[in-house]
Design a protein around this ligand. Structure first.
Ligand SMILES: [Zn+2]
Length: 271
């Protein structure tokens, strides 16, 4: 290891990836020969730039500034290369040329890093978004499973009361309601026409008490295939207090009182 290592001066620029492909290949080949000094310098300058990265300004580098820094690094590197005579280099200059190169390189990296940090941030945000979406979809799946289980229990429990809900119009299918005292009401049907615009279907509980107003329950639009599957886990009234179930078409979000005539009605038998 004499002082004549021409690659040593290129290490900082190498660490930044700012060398020509040709120079880069030369330095890489040299590093692979296992030159201790150059490999150490590489580790050191990587450490240095990683430290400086934390101080990076929050702005993207201007092309002009980046270009100038690049030139500086190159000029220093070339000067060091040209000056490969061992006598002149370290002895005459208190601050080795490579260090100026390193400073410029570190600055350059800091600016680069600001740019990188920006795009990394975007990537992280993207990842967070997709993670959030995944968590949400898992929660939805779990929720869906719980609902499906609940629906299965309601539908299969012999204690559930079945309520047929015919429509006032012949062209509409009959809906089937199933009411379990503790688990809630399911209203389901196939081939329902999809209500126009934002309108939706809303379930009502018609109380037995004379003169009592219909109690609003949940809303649901049939899906694109006309499938309707409404689960009301906590009905606003008990079976024994309810005379009938009714469904009307209402504006999106439902209404506190029916604003249209009931399309489907089913009497709650027994009790
Ligand atoms: Zn070397």
């Amino acid at each position: 290891m004499s002082g004549a290592d021409q690659y040593r001066a290129l290490i900082e620029a190498y660490a930044l990836g700012s060398l020509d492909p040709e120079e880069r290949a030369e330095v890489a080949a040299h590093l692979e020969t296992g030159c201790d000094e150059c490999n150490e310098a590489l580790a050191e300058s990587r450490w240095l730039v990683s430290q400086l990265a934390y101080l990076a300004p929050e702005s993207e580098p201007s092309d002009m500034l980046r270009g100038r820094l690049m030139q500086t690094v190159r000029a220093e590197a070339n000067a060091a290369k040209a000056q490969a005579s061992p006598a002149s280099s370290r002895a005459t200059s208190a601050i080795p040329l490579w260090m100026w190169g390193a400073v410029a390189a570190a600055l350059l990296f800091a600016f680069y890093n600001a740019y990188e940090a920006r795009s990394l941030q975007k990537t992280i945000h993207g990842l967070q978004d997709s993670l959030t979406a995944q968590v949400r979809s898992q929660q939805e799946t779990a929720q869906q499973l719980a609902l499906t289980r609940r629906e299965a229990l309601i539908l299969t429990d012999p204690a559930s009361v079945k309520i047929a809900m015919p429509a006032g119009r012949k062209d509409l299918p009959v809906l089937q309601a199933t009411w379990h005292q503790e688990l809630g009401i399911i209203v389901s049907g196939q081939k329902l026409p999809v209500p126009p615009g934002n309108r939706t279907l809303q379930l009502w509980l018609i109380p037995k008490a004379a003169g009592a107003k219909p109690m609003p329950s949940l809303t649901l639009r049939p899906d694109a295939d006309g499938k309707f599957d409404l689960l009301v886990a906590t009905p606003p009234d008990s079976q024994s207090g309810t005379k009938a179930l009714a469904i009307t078409e209402e504006p999106d979000g439902g209404s506190p009182q029916p604003t249209t005539a009931a399309i489907w009605v089913g009497a709650v038998a027994g009790q």
